[in-house]
Design a protein around this ligand. Structure first.
Ligand code: NAP
Length: 242
């Protein structure tokens, strides 16, 4: 099959021919209709994950996928051949990714039937960023009417977090640069999103909308180093200070 592969890292991925994977016990073989490029894939190619996860070369990159079940490994229940599915490759090693004509995934996690109303194109870009957004929203658990500041709202995770927070009835403050970025975020939901410019005086802009402070901060910015990430507890403290 054709796949986007790496023979080493750091390196530029290339389209090559590799063996089509076979589903092991408990796995599905999925014929991939749509996949997408996540920051995780770029990090893999850049060599940032060396020492963190086993790399199996030729390494097929790709996390997200949508497609149809083509074969069932031994002992798989709950899925059938021909069924439309989507998800995320969640193996504990790198090598059998989804930017390929086929991918094998565990039937037990990281894959779900394609729900009505979700296009295969949307589903093929939803898995990893979507679960990150959902997990973070579940963590801050905004109640109806509470105010949530979402940083990085134009990004893959942030744009989904804005929609999830609004759907839960939260008052959303979102960071976006003025112009096309702000217009994009404003159009994400059917409800008003209060936009603030992270390159400006962010605390003042936030207080103008939420004089009493916000209830939670959902931070989804791209950081240069891990040490720049704020742990959740610090995020909540930041929220109180704002
Ligand atoms: N994507 C995933 O599936 C995923 C999953 C788990 C965890 N993560 C992590 O989540 C974070 C965001 O990932 P992503 O894929 O959403 O990244 P992304 O698409 O590159 O988005 C990054 C966002 O951060 C904004 N930003 C940059 N500098 C900022 C600043 N100083 N203050 C506020 N916002 C700033 C960007 O705005 P501009 O566009 O205006 O620059 C953009 O909205 C990363 O740390 C990533 O490792 C991502």
């Amino acid at each position: 099959m054709r796949a986007v592969t790496l023979d080493s890292v750091p390196a530029t991925p290339a389209v090559t021919e590799v063996d089509t994977p076979r589903p092991e016990a408990g796995e599905l073989l999925v014929k991939v209709a749509v996949s997408s490029i996540n920051g995780f894939d770029a990090a893999t190619a850049a060599g940032y994950l060396q020492g963190m996860m086993e790399h199996r070369f030729p390494l097929v990159v790709g996390k997200d996928f949508a497609g149809t079940v083509e074969a069932l490994g031994e002992g798989v229940d709950g899925f059938e051949v021909g069924q439309a599915v989507f998800g995320v490759v969640m193996k504990p090693f790198l090598g059998t990714g989804s930017l390929a004509e086929h991918v094998t995934v565990s039937a037990g996690y990281g894959v779900a039937p394609l729900p009505d109303g979700l296009s295969v194109q949307e589903a093929g870009a939803l898995g990893l960023a979507g679960t990150a957004a959902l997990d973070s929203l579940n963590f801050v658990a905004p109640a109806d009417g509470e105010t949530v500041l979402i940083s990085g709202a134009t990004g893959g995770v942030g744009a989904l977090a804005v929609q999830l927070a609004a759907a839960r009835g939260a008052r959303v403050i979102a960071t976006a640069r003025p112009g096309a970025e702000a217009d994009f975020v404003a159009g994400l939901t059917g409800t008003p999103v209060h936009l603030v410019d992270f390159a400006g005086d962010l605390p003042t802009e936030v207080r103008a909308f939420a004089p009493g402070g916000v209830d939670a901060v959902r931070k989804s910015t791209t950081c240069r180093t891990r040490s720049q990430r704020l742990p959740a507890a610090e995020d909540l403290e930041t929220a109180r200070q704002l």
